[in-house]
Design a protein. Sequence first.
Length: 221
Amino acid sequence: MSLDGYLGSPTPQRLLMSNDADFDRVEGVRSTCDAILVGAATIRRDDPRLTVRTPARRQRRVARGLPPTPVKVTVTGHADLDACANFFVTGDSEKLVYCTTSAVERARSRLGRVATVVDSGHRVDVRRMSEDLGARGIGRLMVEGGGTMHTQFLTADLADELQLVVAPFFVGDSRARRFVGDGTFPWHPGRRATLAEVRRIGDVVLLRYALSAQFSPGDDA
Ligand SMILES: NC(=O)c1ccc[n+]([C@@H]2O[C@H](COP(=O)([O-])OP(=O)(O)OC[C@H]3O[C@@H](n4cnc5c(N)ncnc54)[C@H](OP(=O)(O)O)[C@@H]3O)[C@@H](O)[C@H]2O)c1
């Protein structure tokens, strides 16, 4: 996020917040996960690949009996998603779309060739979705945005760790999306989160917070 807490710019152009060393670190963390999740708006706006591209990291996963790239997961209430988006066409892993019942038919006709569409009821509940992912063998999920997804996982107290990278500039426009929206968070002035690590990575800083007993400092590969 920017110094003023934004995840990007208010314009349709993608704003790269981090530096090369941190993007590489993020890929390292991604390579340790079973699945990567982003909200549907991030797919529409940023068209991210969310793959593991470094050969050594891919090989390490394969040696552990895993696909070279983690499973990709998204959430949508409208299924206004393009089957040609990088999310769906890159990577050799399964793609899961958790979708409200009202949009399931649309999702299956648009995305049925490239993804498994999961009917998730009136509204996708992130706790129930996490349980379903667990039942599918996903033990470690990395949520890579955007703000709507961060807010739901954090307010539901489902995150074991928060990794926050602060970029050295301001966005300065409240039309942009913040790191989180409004909500009741388990960490507040009366219950402070545990700061586990501060790491300088060139001109950005990584803050790691331990949010549950499941946090493991060594998990950041
Ligand atoms: N700096 C970073 O590291 C980073 C990372 C990721 C994203 N971003 C930025 O974040 C911004 C996007 O964030 P955002 O908060 O607007 O969007 P988001 O979290 O990526 O996605 C929100 C969308 O996900 C779907 N959704 C979320 N929760 C749902 C639920 N419980 N049930 C059904 N559908 C649900 C809805 O999709 P439908 O509209 O399809 O119904 C909703 O519009 C972009 O500017 C992007 O560039 C930045």
